[in-house]
Design a protein around this ligand. Structure first.
Ligand SMILES: Cc1ncc(COP(=O)(O)O)c(C=O)c1O
Length: 338
């Protein structure tokens, strides 16, 4: 594997299924739609973060860490998966929850992911500014310093863009897994649709595909930042990942496709296209999407297909990156039928 030289802790149930969405393809028309079920990676309800955490925990275990520190939104899937992984390896875990999404109902704070983190016994801290990535990391490092003074050996999983994106190696692995599955099913794929947040999944997938000689386009729909800043973030990250796997200079600006049409009105907030995507996917396929990430990515896929971006015969893949527990923090999904 391209990632062999990095320490890895096996956490995910892989390969995850790769399946055809018959009803969605028929109902939408305009493309043959497949799904990569990375919501089935295990680790207390799964998601893309399981693959990413394999490399952080690989490093944490190599460093003999006894406590994991992580920061994220109140409904962070990343933090929930990290808590589960820490428990699996018998480690203590402290989570810092950031206020990123204003005016949410009570369920947002005590249902879904925060509920599961508490169930697994995580120690919870709060950070008031959800837009201050550097500040959130600095607060984690201060916490780590305090723990060190008390004889602990903490490991920080950082958030801000400038850290080495070692989690992206999990999506280099996923690129390899996908190409194998495309071969096994004898299907030619013309696009992979994802939600792009920290850009870690996006960068790993693009670097992995290009390193393996695949030109498949990855369509990233923004969930957090606007198109220009996300494009720049993902481009820089992808180049770093390519260097990490010893394939420097394989990434050009054309490899990075980003669109922010489904982001409105902002991170963690719904719009009618997202509500429609969540409802249709549930009704047509019995598959659950989340309101923050996969709902926005699926709304993007529906928009692409309806706007004629593909011929009816072209095959595209929706990467289901998980996030399912967050549904329970959004009672309005079921109160409003789009
Ligand atoms: C369910 C889900 N999908 C997609 C993403 C975005 O992935 P990335 O941060 O790697 O861009 C996240 C990030 O938290 C997530 O939880």
């Amino acid at each position: 594997m391209l990632t062999d030289k990095y320490p890895r802790a096996i956490l995910s149930h892989t390969p995850t299924p790769f399946e055809f969405l018959k009803n969605m393809s028929k109902n939408l028309g305009g493309a043959q739609i497949w799904i990569k079920r990375d919501d089935c990676t295990g680790l207390a309800m799964g998601g893309n973060k399981s693959r990413q955490l394999e490399y952080y925990f690989g490093e944490a275990i190599a460093n003999k860490a006894d406590t994991i520190l992580i920061t994220g939104a109140v409904q962070s899937n990343y933090a929930r998966c990290a808590v589960s992984a820490a428990r699996k390896f018998g480690m203590a875990v402290e989570v810092q929850l950031e206020e990123r999404t204003p005016n949410r109902p009570e369920q947002y704070y005590n249902s879904g992911n925060p509920y599961l983190m508490k169930l697994m016994g995580a120690k919870i801290h709060h950070y008031p500014d959800g837009e201050d990535e550097e500040g959130a990391d600095a607060a984690l490092y201060m916490l780590a310093e305090k723990l060190r003074k008390n004889g602990k050996n903490p490991y920080v999983i950082p958030l801000a863009g400038h850290h080495a994106p070692i989690g992206a190696l999990g999506y280099v692995d996923c690129a390899e897994e996908l190409l194998r599955q495309f071969d096994d099913q004898n299907v030619q794929i013309d696009g992979i649709i994802i939600g792009t947040g920290s850009g870690t999944t996006h960068a790993g997938l693009v670097a992995g595909l290009r390193a393996l000689g695949s030109k498949i386009r990855v369509y990233g729909f923004c969930v957090r930042r606007d198109k220009d800043s996300q494009t720049n973030r993902v481009f820089e990250k992808t180049k770093i990942v390519a260097e990490m796997i010893e394939r420097p200079n394989i990434i050009t600006a054309d490899d990075i496709w980003v669109d922010d049409k489904m982001l409105r009105p902002g991170y963690g907030l719904l719009n009618d296209d997202v509500l429609n995507a969540i409802h249709k996917t549930a009704e047509w396929e019995g598959i659950l999407l989340d309101p923050v990430y996969t709902g926005k990515a699926m709304a993007g896929l529906i928009h692409l297909v309806k706007s004629g971006a593909f011929t009816g015969k072209q095959n595209i893949v929706f990467l289901h990156s998980g996030g399912t527990p967050a549904i329970f923090g959004y009672p309005e999904i079921i109160e409003h039928t789009a």
